[in-house]
Design a protein. Structure first.
Length: 395
């Protein structure tokens, strides 16, 4: 940052400590915690890229969930505690955690195992099918209608429905049962869609100048955030560092994932795969992550609709939706899009665990299911105690 910029950032941070802004937007949420200079360097254009909206127009709730207790004070505390002999900040903020336990072949392994266990215990899983009809009678869900990959339609009776499909789609599938004002809220819920471009290269132009040992001197990061407003890419993932077992020749090749945020149907979303790979390579060279002229050995593009539930438009009316949905005693809304909340995987799992605990115990209210990840202060490593049921998790 250089001395001048550092002094400017320090002064603007102190100014924000002296006079807080009303916390009525994501912009003010960030400025109160980091000062205007650091906000404009690190958060303003990244947030605009991620959501396609100015942070002025986004609810501060998203900051409370994503950034949690991270602030300059928390950063300084973390740095100081690391300087102490044997110093490790035990209460480290979620955003500052430096070590993860990670499945050898990626997080999908967890769900492959869960699916195998469901089948082993006599459960049936219908794959490659889309639910587009929720059958209801007298404020109870009694079944679902779904379409298989070959376009054939089927119906299935249900005693209990746990829904992790996007709230917009859930309410759309409930048809005529849904009153007009609820439909309006559901259809107005915003989402951000996501394109990830995997690129296989022999090496990166970045060098590992840290003391962290890595295979082939690869730079040790798992994620690199791209704040630069002139670059469309939002984040770089280095899959070799998540787990070298996910890369077939990790000693000589690097798989990186370039993340782009779009809206379904916009000109970027519709780009053919080879043009996505071209854009990604061009931006990597522009940033100095790849050397110009170095060959891209392979690429792969994945498009994910509704990857991010967003916090604007009718988001503020979710309590109305929730109250209406809770009128269906045997319906539980769980997960990330299922609750339209920016939940990580642990929180998404926790909502399901809470729902199951209610079903087993016969508890009728769903406060605990909707209440996961609504606490402002959150410590990932110590959160198991926050679960109300007997289900505990180690994150
Ligand atoms: C780019 C990115 C990076 C992330 N990184 C992390 C991370 O590092 N750590 C972390 O903890 N979390 C991370 N997350 C968040 C994590 O992926 C989610 O919290 C988690 O996957 C949510 O689980 P879920 O079961 O609610 O939803 P999903 O995993 O989205 O599962 C819902 C499933 O339902 C299916 N579905 C939807 N509608 C229907 C329908 N009508 N009929 C049938 N099936 C349907 C979908 O196809 C999907 O398979 C990340 C998310 C993204 C997008």
């Amino acid at each position: 940052m250089g001395l001048v910029q550092t002094v400017k950032a320090g002064c603007s941070y102190l100014a924000s400590c002296v006079k807080s802004l009303p916390e009525d937007s994501l912009e003010n949420f960030y400025i109160n915690r980091f000062g205007r200079v650091l906000y404009s360097m690190f958060f303003q254009s990244y947030t605009q890229k991620l959501w396609g909206r100015s942070p002025k127009d986004i609810s501060p709730d998203w900051g409370a969930q994503r950034v949690k207790g991270l602030s300059i004070r928390a950063l300084l505390k973390d740095c100081l505690s690391k300087m102490l002999p044997h110093g490790k900040n035990r209460d480290v903020e979620t955003s500052l955690i430096e070590e993860f336990l990670y499945p050898k072949y990626g997080p999908g392994q967890l769900w492959e195992l869960a699916a195998a266990e469901i089948v082993e215990r006599g459960g049936k899983i219908v794959r490659g099918a889309g639910v587009d009809e929720i059958l209801c009678r007298d404020n109870m869900v009694c079944g679902v209608g779904f379409v298989r990959g070959d376009k054939s339609r089927e119906k299935l009776g249900a005693d209990i429905l746990l829904s992790s499909m996007p709230l917009t789609d859930l309410l759309d599938s409930m048809g005529k049962t849904v009153p007009e004002h609820i439909k309006t809220v559901a259809r107005g819920l915003p989402y951000r869609d996501f394109v990830t471009v995997g690129v296989l290269v022999e090496e990166l132009a970045l060098r590992n100048n840290t003391r962290i040992p890595t295979l082939n001197r690869l730079v040790p990061d798992c994620w690199i955030y791209v704040q630069d407003a002139g670059i469309k890419m939002g984040r770089i993932q280095i899959f070799n560092n998540w787990s070298p077992y996910m890369v077939s020749d990790a000693e000589h090749k690097v798989w990186i994932g370039l993340e782009y945020f779009c809206d379904e149907g916009d000109p970027y979303w519709n780009l053919p795969d080879d043009q996505w790979a071209g854009l990604a390579s061009k931006e990597l060279v522009q940033m100095g992550v790849l050397e110009s002229g170095k060959a891209v050995l392979d690429f792969h593009v994945e498009k994910v609709k509704k990857a991010y539930p967003a916090y604007f438009d009718t988001y503020k009316d979710i309590p109305t939706l929730r109250t209406w949905l809770d009128g269906f005693e045997n319906l539980y809304c769980i997960g990330r899009n299922g609750q339209h909340r920016y939940n990580n995987m642990d929180h998404s799992m926790a909502t399901a665990m809470e729902a199951v605990a209610n079903i087993i115990s016969g508890k009728k209210t769903k406060e605990n299911v909707w209440g996961v990840n609504t606490e402002k202060e959150y410590h990932e490593q110590g959160r198991s105690g926050a679960l109300s049921g007997e289900y505990k998790m180690n994150t």
